[in-house]
Design a protein around this ligand. Sequence first.
Ligand SMILES: [Zn+2]
Length: 433
Amino acid sequence: MRNKEKAMGKLVDYILDFLLGFPEKQEKLVGYTADKTHFADYKVVIVPSDFFSEKVFGTATSLPTLPLPELEGVPVLFGQPKVEKIGETLVCYADLVASSFFLLSRYEELLVAERDEHGRFSGKFSLPYRAGFLSRPIVDEYGQLLRSWLRDLGCEVLEPTPDYSRIVLTHDVDFLYNFRHFRGLLGGIKRTVLGQGVDFKTVVKSLFSLENDPAYTFPWLLEQDKRVPKSHTIFFVKAAKKRAKLDYPHYSLISRDAHHFFELSNLYDCEIGLHASYASGVEPALVLQEKERLQSVISQPITSNRHHYLRIFKPEDMDMLLAAGITDDYTLGYADVAGFRLGTCRPVKWINPITKRVTELTLHPLTVMDCTLSNENYMALNYEQALDCVQKLLLQVKRHGGEVVLLWHNTVISDRKAYHKELYAQIINFLAS
Ligand SMILES: [Zn+2]
């Protein structure tokens, strides 16, 4: 019992510090209590709802019902949208701690059974999407509310600088090349013969030089990334031995082409992270094997991960990342709709939604992925709509001092039917300006 209370205390401290944007020292500004005799100890008190009570937590009744009430224009998941002054203390009956926990830990993904054809919890199933606020990092808006109340009460609390805290440009290497191996070459010839938009000359030219292969667009991507001052590029590389169908094609990590790619990545000072396989989505123990395989090839420690197909779903997957020595994960976005899956645009420690434990794994919210914007089954946006959508998300990130994480695949750049090359260049312009 005491351990449970201790874990709960740590969770509340972590969430309050996260909301405020700074760790509280001895003098506590914000309290989380229903005990009126303690209200005067704090400047602001958040009164807990029954969300964390034994009767409610983990049951279907804990899920919020729509429509959600709003407090100063911000949706509230639990408690009442009401504040009042009691003595010198501002008392808030909206349970901002439980609401933040719900979003940051992806609690609802444990309770809602719907899954897409890849076993993923889709954005369209999520409460933030259904309630119409997926494109707003409302946990960060809660923080803004708390800080403004504290300022009204005479506390010197600053807003974060409206700028990106970090810009991370990431590329998942699902394909290193198209036509450089035997199967790819045969596929290319077949597509040429069938008139499926593959030019025979390109196939032949790829045979003679990696740079001529249409999937090898890394030099172009790196030149774009370089235009954004202080940005950080990560390539997420596959290293699976045991593969599911959707983990194909396989590329050798010790081939001359892979060596060439790793040298290029080094030259531009990029990070190599693990692109955990589709198979590891159902067999999380594979993550460690894959990480060790990749690590042995590049002779550098791997600490970052993104799951192929953004296929991460269970607390066990996160535990396995931690056990494999992964400290930073970049998977948490929805494939089908862009927005803030974690309710925040800032990196946040993974909170286990069952045990409520705050772990050492840092989750970096994915701001947007290329195919989410264009895919017919996802958002199906045209070029102008896609650019507008990304710019709006980036402005939110900037406003809250958050982190930008973009995911652009090397393969979409050479797709002549898609707009992603032009769009990426335009987004880079936006970030660089
Ligand atoms: Zn992938």
